[in-house]
Design a protein. Structure first.
Length: 263
């Protein structure tokens, strides 16, 4: 067996990857690893836009009608109305059709308005400005245009635009304080820790020169569990592998507190 493959298997076992079903490889700053270290396999990921709305302009009418007539009461009155149209009955179809039409229309207007508000909230979130590093400089772009692998700078009291691995902090000890009230309702400050080999990078130039890859598990619903590994490359030497856990992961929606800025 190839020696590099053996090292990879040993490192993955030590980092707790024996339980991984599948993993992702992320190239920090979109930088390829040094030649000869490992195969460069670019992967495609979804973009960073938020979509919490249920309907679009084109599917609102059919999708809303389908959802409303899935309800037993609406479907029952629809059948009664159709029977009265087809068969000669003592009662007029209007007596059952008009109330049904009124309920369906009012419900559709209500749900359409609520979904329009969700569209507005999504657009506001997706267009929020985010600072990230490009060619050693801070560049600003919309949150929806962030890509997996971008190095993001977050300032105090800003909300994390996506799930992030904590690389460095303006604090000398490489820590930051975060509130996760929007995620789990806890308003107390939680302490997170930067990666040991990158916590000394305090400016854009240092961070931009970082050559590293992150291997981690696929997204999962558990907020308090995360397993991964960061490989930091120095020239052509073997990479330094460090385990990543939940104390290194900053979740989208949490807010940075009492820390000037982090990368």
């Amino acid at each position: 067996m190839d020696c590099s493959l053996i090292r990879t298997l040993i490192n993955r076992y030590c980092a707790g990857e024996e339980n991984w079903v599948d993993n992702r490889t992320i190239y920090v700053g979109h930088r390829e690893p040094p030649s000869g270290t490992e195969a460069y396999i670019p992967q495609r990921y979804p973009d960073n836009r938020i979509v919490s709305s249920k309907y679009t302009f084109w599917n609102f009418v059919p999708k809303n009608l389908f959802e409303q007539f899935r309800r037993i009461a609406n479907f029952y009155f629809l059948i009664i109305f159709l029977v009265q149209l087809i068969i000669d009955t003592p009662t007029s179809p209007v007596t059952s059709g008009l109330p049904l039409f009124f309920v369906i229309t009012v419900t559709a207007i209500k749900q359409g308005y609520e979904d329009w508000l969700r569209h507005k909230a999504d657009n506001a979130m997706n267009q929020c400005p985010v600072h990230f590093i490009q060619h050693g400089k801070l560049v600003r772009k919309q949150s929806r245009k962030l890509r997996v692998g971008d190095i993001v700078m977050v300032k105090e009291d800003e909300t994390f635009p996506c799930d992030l691995i904590f690389l460095s902090s303006s604090r000398g000890d490489g820590t930051c304080f975060v509130t996760t009230a929007s995620l789990d309702g806890e308003s107390s400050h939680k302490t997170y820790y930067a990666v040991q080999d990158t916590k000394a990078f305090h400016n854009e130039q240092d961070i931009d020169a970082l050559n590293a890859t992150i291997e981690c598990e696929q997204p999962q619903p558990d907020l308090y569990k995360f397993a991964g590994r960061i490989n930091v490359y120095h020239d052509r030497n073997e990479p330094i592998a460090r385990p990543l856990g939940s104390e290194n992961l900053l979740l989208r929606g949490a807010t940075l507190k009492n820390t000037e800025r982090i990368f």
